[in-house]
Design a protein around this ligand. Structure first.
Ligand SMILES: [Zn+2]
Ligand SMILES: [Zn+2]
Length: 137
C-alpha cells in the first residue's frame, strides 16, 4: 500500500478505505454506506466521492462485473497499469494479481489494431481453491 497516499486521505476517505480493508470481500457503495451510517455518512454521494479519490490514488479497485469495490492487496500496485481479479462465486473471495503475460498480449494486439486502450479490466469468475476442495469432500 502507498503510505504517502494514505496520509493525504480526508476523514471520509479514511473511513471508506477502512471499511473496505476490514471487509471479507468486495463491497458495493450501498454496503459501505450502511456500515458508515454511525460515522455520519448519510448519502451515497459521500461514499462515491471518497471512492473516486481512493480509486485515483490506487488504494481501491472497482470490480466492474460486480459493481463493487475492494481495497488494493497488491503491494506497489500504483506502479501497475492494470490489475486482474479472480472472483469466487461461492464465497465471494477476491484475489488480485498482475496479469503481465496477458497484458503483453493485449497491448501487442492493440498496437497492431491501432487501438488505444484507456482502461483494461480482467476479471475471472469461478470457484476458489478453498471452495473447490470443500465441494470435493
Ligand atoms: Zn491493486
Ligand atoms: Zn471460494
Amino acid at each position: 500500500m502507498n503510505k504517502a497516499a494514505h496520509k493525504e486521505l480526508t476523514k471520509n476517505q479514511g473511513l471508506v478505505f477502512g471499511a473496505l480493508t476490514s471487509a471479507e470481500g468486495p463491497l458495493t457503495a450501498y454496503a459501505i454506506l450502511d456500515q458508515l451510517r454511525d460515522d455520519g455518512f448519510r448519502a451515497p454521494l459521500q461514499v462515491y466521492r471518497a471512492l473516486e479519490k481512493l480509486l485515483e490514488v490506487g488504494l481501491v479497485h472497482r470490480l466492474e462485473s460486480l459493481n463493487a469495490f475492494v481495497a488494493c492487496s497488491h503491494p506497489g500496485c500504483s506502479s501497475h497499469h492494470a490489475v486482474a481479479f479472480a472472483i469466487c462465486e461461492t464465497c465471494g473471495h477476491v484475489s488480485e494479481f498482475a496479469p503481465n503475460a496477458a497484458l503483453a498480449d493485449l497491448s501487442s494486439w492493440a498496437e497492431k489494431a491501432k487501438f488505444r486502450p484507456s482502461k483494461t479490466t480482467i476479471e475471472l469468475r469461478g470457484t476458489c481453491a478453498n471452495c473447490s476442495t470443500q465441494s470435493a469432500n
